[in-house]
Design a protein around this ligand. Sequence first.
Ligand SMILES: NC(=O)c1ccc[n+]([C@@H]2O[C@H](COP(=O)([O-])OP(=O)(O)OC[C@H]3O[C@@H](n4cnc5c(N)ncnc54)[C@H](OP(=O)(O)O)[C@@H]3O)[C@@H](O)[C@H]2O)c1
Length: 268
Amino acid sequence: MAAAARTALITGASSGIGRALAGEFARHDWNLILTARRGGRLEELAGQLRGEHGVTVTCLPADLADPAAPRHLFDTVQGRGLQVDALVNNAGYGVPGPYHKTDWADQQAFLQVLVMAVAELTHHFLPAMVERRQGWILNVASLNALLPCSPGQSLYAGAKAFAVSLTQTIAAEVGQHGVLASSLCPGLTYSEFHDVTGTREQVSQVPRSQWLDAETVAAAGYAALMRGDLVCVPGRTPRLMALAAQLLPRATMVRLMARQSARFRRLD
Ligand SMILES: NC(=O)c1ccc[n+]([C@@H]2O[C@H](COP(=O)([O-])OP(=O)(O)OC[C@H]3O[C@@H](n4cnc5c(N)ncnc54)[C@H](OP(=O)(O)O)[C@@H]3O)[C@@H](O)[C@H]2O)c1
């Protein structure tokens, strides 16, 4: 199939890594279906990408915290006769503060967006990829998925570890049917994430050398997906941290994470 005929559905495309991934796919001649809550932002990006790359872009605003949203999104895509060749589960954020001080409603919405929507969208779009014997699933996880915990964003590491595990399971189950699956595990990346999560002040103390821009992360993720790499960790410092997590005793890593988080996250 010619690359120009392929379509990628990208969640969380209104800013940061999702927006950069939309640019990266468009640069490689993919048509796009973009979703996020801020429809105005999606339309503005769609206009830019149509103009720069001549690709077709469809915007379908949705709030993935709504449990009905993944099914509705799938039905809308089907109803418009669109084919999804690549699914990019990227939408995400963090709930700040220690677990016992957070509201359950916030945690529930978080799990809906980062776990349930990822699982359900994948479940809806995967069968047609298997049938066509061609498809791509990119789950934007986090370096945190490869570390033992995320103090100050309690469920984040677990939710992202879920995304990595699901990716690997899909690769094991349907890799032989032509479906490539990758999880992208970035460390600190310039985006709106830390403003939304309320940790901008703390994380701005982390040296600039340890940050990546969203475009670099997106380019690494796209290349990894096309190669079928199971896990992609862009950047030297995040890769060293992932390696340390494999080599050091778990209790040592948990202590290190607690110390690090006390400096850069809200633990009180
Ligand atoms: N930035 C980092 O340091 C970093 C590091 C590792 C992993 N990540 C992961 O990278 C992914 C992208 O984050 P980012 O850094 O690019 O942050 P961002 O700039 O804040 O982008 C997050 C995207 O998710 C969308 N989103 C949030 N809640 C949503 C909801 N309820 N329904 C639909 N869409 C929703 C946002 O769109 P709307 O607000 O318009 O809905 C936005 O497009 C996330 O999964 C994040 O966990 C980020």
